[in-house]
Design a binder for this molecule. Structure first.
Ligand code: SF4
Ligand SMILES: [Zn+2]
Length: 402
């Protein structure tokens, strides 16, 4: 009797825009350790906060939609937002994502000891909660009435450009993502004074795209980022890959969305950098440096903001930036043109090919270190769990003994 040999399963590698593309761009070696090994990072602050703020905004939107008449802005944190936060925290906990201490208070009134908080007066409105309150109250009144479809799941397949038989695992790969979608109709019905509409209508390139359209059927796609606005340049003349990757992300989302059955043409992507609404002391320090070196696109223009930034010193507690500047820095509009989309998809294909080539190299030589490209940058390395044994920063960091 001959036994039939089971054919190898055909794998289509799946790439998520945030989880793979952006973290690989930050550092290939760290990406390998974090995402393709069994080792989760021990302090994934940005990962936790990114998922947390996304979850809170989605749940706040759903609560608003159930009964917009009774959902009044501004929402009070303790009475209305805290419940949402606790639900989202529970969901993240189930996925193994725990809130970093000092960023979020995970306790309610029944907890009689301080736990990881400064005292036992729970719940504390720590930084993460100050940001959820600011995000819901700054953008909710303008954004929620415009959203047509929340949490739209995007998925599509692309050819692996540069595929080599016997080297790479597959000829195609799939991309996934999730966005909220706004339609032109909901924008037509928006109240006068809607901030999102104002940003769209005063953006010359986007205005041009809308004016050139033959029909009013178009869409806007939305994504939230639990981070500060990245600088456009890392140093004078050196583009910041994170800034560029966010643009590709939105353009690729738009490409995926435009292939869905019920979709109209997306003409603008909006990213919300929600940490900007309540910047930490470090965030203001970074902004001061970026403004001085001309690295960021949204600069303080009013006298009050310029003075506040000039006065700001390391260790300063006050957050004196105006609401106007914080709001402007928290929104980024990306016009969606075919030309840009083509470039972003090519870049995405290129990153996937790099990752797949590293996978192929590792499968051949069996070691991680020589096969994945490190990208030592001070900020990423300081927060990296692998810095003690990373060859790219050898000897720079010591093991700390608690
Ligand atoms: S220490 Fe720096 S270069 Fe090394 S893996 Fe971590 S982020 Fe990458
Ligand atoms: Zn607490």
């Amino acid at each position: 009797m001959t036994l039939s040999v089971k054919s190898k399963p055909y794998i289509i590698p799946e790439y998520s825009l945030t989880g793979d593309l952006l973290s690989y761009k930050a550092c290939g070696l760290q990406y390998r350790y974090q995402n393709r090994g069994a080792l989760p990072p021990s302090t994934p602050v940005q990962l936790w906060f990114g998922e947390f703020i996304h979850g809170v905004m989605e749940e706040a939107y759903k609560t608003w939609r159930k009964d917009p008449e009774v959902f009044h802005f501004p929402r009070q944190w303790k009475d209305a937002i805290r419940k949402i936060e606790m639900n989202v925290n529970l969901r993240l906990r189930a996925k193994g994502l725990l809130p970093p201490p000092r960023l979020f208070c995970p306790y309610d009134e029944t907890m009689k000891t301080p736990g990881l908080c400064p005292d036992a007066n729970h719940p504390h409105q720590l930084l993460a909660s100050q940001r959820t309150e600011a995000a819901i109250n700054t953008w909710g009144p303008h954004l929620f009435p415009l959203i047509d479809s929340a949490e739209v799941k995007l998925k599509g397949c692309r050819d692996m450009v540069g595929y080599q038989p016997g080297v790479h695992r597959a000829q195609t790969y799939s991309i996934t993502g999730v966005v909220d979608v706004i339609s032109a109709v909901s924008m037509d019905n928006a109240h006068e004074g809607n901030l999102i509409l104002r940003y769209i209508n005063t953006h010359p390139e986007i205005k041009g795209i809308i004016d050139d359209l033959s029909s009013r059927d178009y869409e806007v796609i939305i994504d939230y980022k639990g981070m500060r606005r990245p600088p456009v340049y890392l140093s004078p003349g050196v583009p910041n890959p994170t800034w560029e990757a966010h643009e590709w992300q939105v353009l690729t989302y738009a490409w995926l969305r435009s292939h869905q059955k019920d979709a109209y043409r997306p003409i603008v992507g909006i990213l919300f950098y929600l940490n900007e609404l309540v910047p930490s002391a470090d965030d203001i320090g970074d902004l001061k440096k970026e403004a001085k070196d001309g690295l960021t696109d949204i600069l303080p223009t009013s006298r009050v903001d310029k003075q506040a930034l000039a006065r700001w010193r390391k260790g300063s507690k006050e957050n004196a930036l105006s609401a106007n500047l914080r709001e402007q820095r928290s929104i980024r509009l990306i016009p969606l043109t075919e030309e840009r989309q083509k470039r972003s998809l090519q870049s995405f294909d290129g990153v996937v090919l790099d990752i797949e080539s590293s996978v192929a190299k590792e499968m051949k030589c069996g070691s991680i270190r020589g096969c994945w490209q490190p990208n030592p940058q001070e900020k990423t390395c300081t927060a990296c769990d692998f810095k003690i044994y990373c060859p790219a920063v050898e000897g720079k960091y010591q093991m700390s003994i608690l």
